[in-house]
Design a binder for this molecule. Structure first.
Ligand code: IMP
Length: 194
């Protein structure tokens, strides 16, 4: 009898790190930078009505570390969007899950894993600003400035990211690698064979 899982288990035999070409930001470096971002945000949002909106799925580890580095009352909500197919942005953004809460009068902080072309963020900003928040700002862990197609205002940014497809700490390729504790460049051979 053939085992449908056989090809899959062989592929992962060497662990997830086998598919990483280069580590860009290790776990310790990420944690240090996230703590700095948390302190900056804490300073900026004293006395404000902070609502953190995390864009799923990629932002979940960043969000979890970031909010614990901000010692302020806040609410957290989630939105899920999709715009990627493989390693390329399609530019067509679909809302897969909308917010549960109203934005009226809130100081909205959008938390993203990475801003690449900026198409997703531009769509999100236009959409969320119609809901009358008191203010809107963006916090991204990674900023791939070199490939930006849309001008978007990023107020808090963790690291500049080179023009390469990166995985780990929430970032995926085909749904995999989000649980890597560091951020690395995916070997092109992985997506070239798909
Ligand atoms: P943008 O619309 O091109 O700015 O892309 C934003 C979204 O694409 C991010 O929130 C990620 O989900 C995904 N993305 C962009 N670049 C990468 C990457 O290098 N690795 C994994 N996902 C990425």
């Amino acid at each position: 009898m053939t085992n449908p899982d056989q090809g899959r288990s062989e592929r992962w035999q060497g662990g997830l790190s086998n598919d990483v070409q280069e580590v860009l930001f290790d776990a310790e470096t990420i944690q240090r930078r996230v703590d700095e971002l948390g302190a900056e945000i804490q300073e900026a949002y004293q006395g404000r009505d902070l609502l953190v909106v995390a864009i799923l799925k990629g932002s979940f580890p960043f969000l979890a570390d970031l909010v614990r580095a901000i010692n302020l009352p806040m609410k957290v909500d989630f939105m899920a969007v999709s715009s990627y197919r493989g390693t390329k942005s399609t530019g067509v953004v679909k809302i897969l899950k909308d917010l549960d809460s109203s934005l009226v009068g809130k100081d909205l902080l959008i938390v993203e894993d990475i801003v690449d072309t900026g198409l997703t963020l531009k769509y999100l900003l236009e959409n969320l600003e119609t809901r009358q928040p008191a203010s809107t700002a963006v916090c991204t862990l990674l900023d791939k400035k070199a490939v930006r197609k849309e001008k978007v205002d990023v107020r808090f940014s963790g690291f500049d990211c080179p023009d390469a497809f990166v995985i780990g700490y929430g970032l995926d390729y085909d749904g995999i690698y989000r649980n890597l504790p560091y951020i690395g460049v995916l070997k092109p051979s992985v997506y070239q064979k798909d």
